[in-house]
Design a protein around this ligand. Structure first.
Ligand SMILES: C[S@@+](CC[C@H](N)C(=O)[O-])C[C@H]1O[C@@H](n2cnc3c(N)ncnc32)[C@H](O)[C@@H]1O
Length: 304
């Protein structure tokens, strides 16, 4: 995917997020989605999505008939990715036959105004904000931030009793099939990296975000009204091909593990990591690799 010639790194990440779309489509928990839709006001709605990336969730919710009119704000710390989002959503709307017009700070898609906000979440929460959202969404994001630090502020971005939908929260279990003798060692090191990493000068998530959200939401006065698993399950079709762009998605997951372990030689020897990645790469190319990541979805209301 080319978003702009100046942003080749970002456009690789944008392709990963686009490739993730079909994986998320299958994974999102429908019981939790039903509860979230029940929490949404009818008619024009003010939606805020944090860590929105390419805007694929906005497209999905339009496709699923959950959002059609009002304002949908995409907030992300990555400006180049937001530039990609503007173009990606415009192209996506064209494929759906939806009228769409590019605007200086976003775009109009049918009756929905999509606004792009470039901000790091912690800094955004620290600043004062006017209008609050009816609905707050975070998809594949809360496992990248310091939840206890940001959750109370996040919920204050909602009108009292407003609905939240926090989805695809990683929960400490990844499985690759066929099994490999180094799987446990590699995954333990990968999870430790998640638990210790920092981004934007702040702690950046943890490997068991999903299960911890139950009590964190309760402590913030917003216990989950619905929760359920949203595991990623990626496998080849009977002909050995992966659906859509999911081979690229899997390659990106392997690259993420490679990058996380690059400077963690105390945990897994570089030769062992390289050997494990080589085997997984060959299995991917041969259409033999299966990947399952355990995740949890939550829906509920902000404190009234
Ligand atoms: C795994 S991606 C998910 C993107 C999108 N929600 C999706 O599911 O396709 C995580 C996104 O969160 C953004 N992000 C991570 N930490 C952030 C922070 N502290 N503030 C704002 N955005 C952040 C990243 O730039 C990235 O776009």
């Amino acid at each position: 995917m080319t978003c702009s010639d100046e942003a080749p790194m970002t456009s690789g990440y944008a392709r990963y997020l686009a490739a993730k779309t079909t994986v998320d489509d299958r994974a999102l928990n429908r019981h939790v989605l039903t509860e979230f839709r029940r929490l949404m006001p009818a008619g024009a709605v003010q939606v805020l999505e944090v860590g929105a990336g390419l805007g694929t969730m906005a497209a999905r919710l339009i496709d699923w008939g959950a959002v059609g009119a009002g304002q949908y704000t995409l907030l992300d710390a990555d400006r180049q990715l937001l530039d990609c989002a503007r173009r990606w959503l415009h192209d996506w709307a064209a494929t759906r036959g939806l009228r769409s017009d590019l605007l200086p700070d976003g775009l109009q898609v049918g009756d929905l105004r999509v606004r792009l906000v470039h901000a790091e979440l912690g800094s955004y929460l620290a600043a004062a904000h006017g209008a609050r959202a009816d609905v707050l969404i975070a998809n594949a994001v809360l496992d990248l931030v310091d939840v206890p630090a940001v959750l109370p502020g996040l919920l204050r971005l909602l009108v009292p009793g407003g609905g939240y939908w926090f989805t695809i929260n990683y929960d400490g279990e990844s499985t690759f099939v066929p099994a490999h003798p180094l799987d446990d060692q590699v995954m333990q090191a990968y999870h430790r990296d998640m638990d210790e990493r920092s981004r934007h000068g702040r702690p950046a998530g943890e490997s068991r975000t999903g299960r911890r959200l139950f009590h964190q939401l309760r402590a913030a006065g917003a216990p989950a009204l619905a929760a359920g698993s949203s595991d990623w399950v990626v496998h080849p079709a009977p002909d050995g091909n992966y659906p859509a762009d999911e081979a690229y998605f899997l390659r990106s997951i392997l690259n993420t593990i490679r990058d996380a372990l690059r400077n963690r030689h105390d945990r897994v020897a570089p030769a062992d990591v390289a050997g494990w990645l080589a085997v997984r790469g060959r299995q991917l190319a041969a259409g033999e690799l299966v990947y399952v990541a355990h995740q949890l979805d939550f829906a509920g209301r902000s404190p009234g």
